[in-house]
Write a protein that binds this ligand. Structure first.
Ligand code: PEP
Length: 259
């Protein structure tokens, strides 16, 4: 990247299993789209439930659709699943993989690795979610994060690390039951740690080109300090992405920081 090409922040909205109707989904989507189309310095990804995707028309490459998960087989007898090819054909550009809520349902490091490979095959950027459920003074959580990262990348070439995104989402900071928000120093340290693990795996001399996001209770009040002091390349937003007013404020603040 030359000095002139400033890297854009990536802001990803994870709607999870919300909202309850297509009408409401359309309302949120349209409000965000209207603003997003005017923003020049950030990339926005909306990850709605699959059922709403067909009715969500994105425009350009700065405001795109993401999936919350994908299935690693292209087609066939896999009841209830959505394949990476189906998503690709729908115009989906990104997919969350290994979100902590999917891991809780039984997603394993191995299935995550298979999904990452399938995602890349389908030209969908995998957003690999990693994060510990608690911190300990001995630093065991660092080993845990490293294991998650290493196992999700098994078999991936050095060339593909520019095509993936890592979302660091400490489970203790996610959702309405979050224990606390991490400090920006904690986010900063983890950002460096993830980059170091990637450099070690791929033996890169320079900083790996992989985008690192932070996720967990991001809102319109903390977005600026997370991006400025946390040093991350963007954020993954859950609850606040369902409130168009809050989400638009997040987008605008991220846009202004990047000017
Ligand atoms: C998430 O679960 O991915 C998330 C970031 O949620 P929230 O922003 O609501 O903590």
């Amino acid at each position: 990247m030359t000095k002139k090409e400033k890297q854009k922040f990536l802001v990803v909205a994870n709607w999870k299993m919300n909202p309850v109707s297509g009408k409401l989904a359309k309302q949120i989507f349209s409000s965000v789209k209207k603003v997003s189309n005017k923003l020049r310095n950030i990339d926005t990804v909306i990850c709605p439930p699959y059922i709403f995707m067909e009715n969500m028309k994105t425009s350009g490459h700065r405001f795109v659709l993401g999936a919350q998960d994908l299935f690693a087989e292209p087609e066939g007898s896999f009841t209830g699943n959505i394949s990476y090819i189906q998503l690709k054909n729908l115009g989906v550009k990104y997919s969350l993989i290994g979100h902590s809520e999917k891991r809780k349902e039984g997603e394993t490091n191995q299935s995550i690795n298979e999904k990452v490979k399938a995602s890349l095959k389908g030209m969908i950027v995998p957003i690999i979610c990693i994060g510990e459920d608690k911190r300990d003074e001995a630093g065991e959580y660092l080993k845990f994060i490293k294991d998650q990262l290493v196992s999700s990348l098994v078999g991936l070439s050095k060339n593909s690390i520019k095509d993936i995104v890592i979302a660091y989402e400490p489970i203790w900071a996610i959702g309405k039951d979050a224990k606390r928000e991490p400090t920006t120093s904690e986010i900063f340290e983890m950002n460096i740690f993830i980059k170091k693990v990637l450099s070690d795996i791929y033996d890169t001399k320079s900083v790996p080109p992989t985008k690192i996001l932070y996720g967990g209770s991001v809102n319109e009040k903390n977005i600026e300090s997370i991006l400025k002091d946390g040093g991350v390349d963007g954020v993954l937003v859950g609850r606040a992405s369902l409130d168009p007013k809050k989400f638009i404020e997040i987008l605008k603040k991220a846009e202004n920081l990047n000017k």
